[in-house]
Design a protein around this ligand. Structure first.
Ligand code: GLC
Length: 548
């Protein structure tokens, strides 16, 4: 295998592109994206100018939660390909100068995982049950769940099993779907298994892992009740719940860091998906002997408001700086409403939960305009950044999916009160006038694509000055040239209200979120812009520029 050799600490300013394999590119025409499809399209990522890609799960899975329910951590689901396809993908990526990160899902497995099946068969008190969180129920006959913890997706977080004798028995914890039983991370076997899984993928040449629900592995001893019921949104926002952000998680990551470091240089990395606030708590995940990166979700969730954005950016700079970690900026992923739509909804706009045809619809033009400005802001900030597939096309959320095709367990478990995340997972448009917009050779697509996707197809944007795709390419090239990811941010004093203005090295960045058109300094030239200037050369609202 060709080994790609980036700088040792490449991750400090890397731009990583998230591939959601199911919806990226389908090579065999069955309507589900696959690994050979990803490999075939890797030149798109190299041309875009990113440093690498993160692959959402492609492991063996019943896809009860789109692959975040893993039945075998060391194999590929036949729908996505084979282990040989992963090897080919990694080798091709390395040839193109791209690193490959994979997703690690340690909080829970699929209920089809052999360990969970063994736990069901073995019965209460067995070592097999000790790998998961089985407990007796409350109430005279154990008919009540062991505590009041909810599932993040809606409903209760416990499900009662039927024991071998046919009687209702113990309950198991699932913070997500009923098909995603939580592991018990106090079990030494669980720890050993995941260290072995890390090695399995590191040995195949991956550059690191995005760690799913990194804040959830350890539960407070005794599994105490929540003091108040929380709805889903509050759950994602919360601190101090007995199942999020427990101090014990850090021991796990310090051990993993040891495993990764044993692979030497270039460094292999861990990126936390930790919905944790305030930023001081988040910074604990990226201390020098733990993870390398942790998504700045405060930035993703921020309103389109200059003051609020500056506050978030300053807080991130301060807290991450205090532990010597870079900030990992992100605006979109497979769990949230795409930023081209989110920023076109009434402030602050839904981050999670999705948008249905019966909900107020985002303003597409406004959303795209702000999204492009937000992207230029993000790519000018010091640190690393993650892009979500399709955002380089300015792709909007599919907000009018028929309810009948929804696949996200959030839709079911929330009893149809939340649309769920399917709208940001719709297969990508590559070719405007091909069947299925070129996603698959047959035109098949596991979720229907809206007709409007034709306008966003990669082929109609390629080489077109001012297209979103070309804006991303130019910005990524300039970011590299000016080493913005390694730079320092210095706010410019007296920026007009409603704007953000800072220097990063020799680049001046101005973002107009809400002000009337602002004049640009006359001694500089525009190097990148998110949209047209006014006829007299001023920066209009919802527009950003980089000046040199
Ligand atoms: C993470 C994933 C999300 C998944 C959940 C449970 O938040 O990003 O897609 O549903 O974990 O694994």
């Amino acid at each position: 295998m060709t080994m790609h050799s980036p700088a040792s600490d490449w991750w400090r300013d890397a731009v990583i592109y998230q591939v959601y394999p199911r919806s990226f590119s389908d090579s065999d025409g069955d309507g589900t994206g696959d690994l050979p499809g990803v490999t075939a399209r890797l030149p798109h990522l190299a041309d875009l100018g990113v440093d690498g890609l993160w692959l959402s799960p492609f492991y063996r899975s019943p896809l009860a939660d789109a692959g975040y329910d893993v039945a075998d951590y060391r194999d590929v689901d036949p729908r996505f390909g084979t282990l040989a396809d992963v090897d080919t993908l990694i080798a091709r990526a390395h040839e193109l100068g791209l690193v490959v990160l994979v997703d690690l899902v340690p909080n829970h497995s699929s209920d089809q995982h052999p360990w969970f099946q063994a736990a069901l068969a073995a019965g209460p008190g067995s070592p097999e049950r000790a790998r998961y969180l089985f407990r007796d129920g409350r109430g005279a006959n154990g008919e009540l769940p062991p505590n009041n913890w909810p599932s993040v997706f809606g409903g209760q977080g416990w499900t009662r099993v039927t024991e071998a004798d046919g009687r209702p028995g113990q309950w198991y914890l699932h913070l997500f779907d009923v098909h995603q039983p939580d592991f018990d991370w106090t079990a030494p076997e669980v720890r050993a298994e995941f260290e072995s899984v890390l090695r399995f993928w590191l040995d195949r040449g991956v550059a690191g892992f995005r760690v799913d629900v990194a804040h959830g592995l350890i539960k407070a001893p005794g599994l105490p009740d929540l003091s108040a019921p929380l709805d889903e949104l509050e759950l994602l926002d919360t601190n101090a719940t007995p199942f999020w952000d427990q101090d014990g998680v850090h021991e796990v990551y310090a051990a993993w860091r040891g495993v990764l470091d044993s692979y030497g240089s270039p460094e292999r990395v861990l990126c936390a998906e930790a919905w944790v606030s305030p930023p001081e708590r988040m910074a604990r995940y990226v201390r020098s002997d733990e993870m390398h990166q942790s998504f700045a979700f405060d930035f993703l969730g921020c309103r389109w408001d200059a003051k609020a954005l500056r506050k978030v950016i300053d807080a991130e700079l301060q807290t991450m700086g205090a532990v010597g970690a870079p900030i990992t900026w992100v605006l979109s992923n497979h769990d949230v409403v795409r930023h081209a739509s989110r920023l076109g909804t009434a402030d602050p706009g839904p981050v999670v939960g999705g948008i249905r045809a019966t909900d107020p619809q985002p303003d597409r033009a406004l959303g795209l305009r702000r999204a492009r400005a937000a992207t230029l802001l993000m790519l000018a900030l010091p640190g690393a950044a993650y892009l979500y597939q399709g955002e380089e096309l300015g792709l909007p959320e599919h907000t009018t999916l028929p309810d009948a095709v929804r696949d996200d367990p959030v839709w079911l478990r929330s009893e149809h009160t939340h649309a769920g995340r399917d709208g940001c997972r719709v297969p990508l448009p590559w070719v405007a006038d091909a069947p299925g917009f070129g996603f698959s050779p047959t035109g098949a697509s596991w979720l229907p694509q809206p007709a409007a996707f034709a306008e966003y197809a990669a082929d109609v944007q390629t080489g077109v000055p001012g297209s979103t795709l070309e804006m991303y390419r130019e910005a990524l090239a300039l970011r590299r040239e000016h080493r913005l990811g390694r730079g320092r941010l210095a706010w410019v004093a007296d920026a007009p209200a409603g704007t953000l203005e800072f220097d990063n090295g020799d680049v001046r960045v101005i973002v107009n979120c809400s002000a009337p058109a602002v004049a640009l300094p006359s001694d500089r030239v525009v190097a990148a812009q998110s949209g047209p200037l006014t006829a007299d050369g001023m920066l209009p609202i919802n527009t950003a520029v980089w000046l040199v």
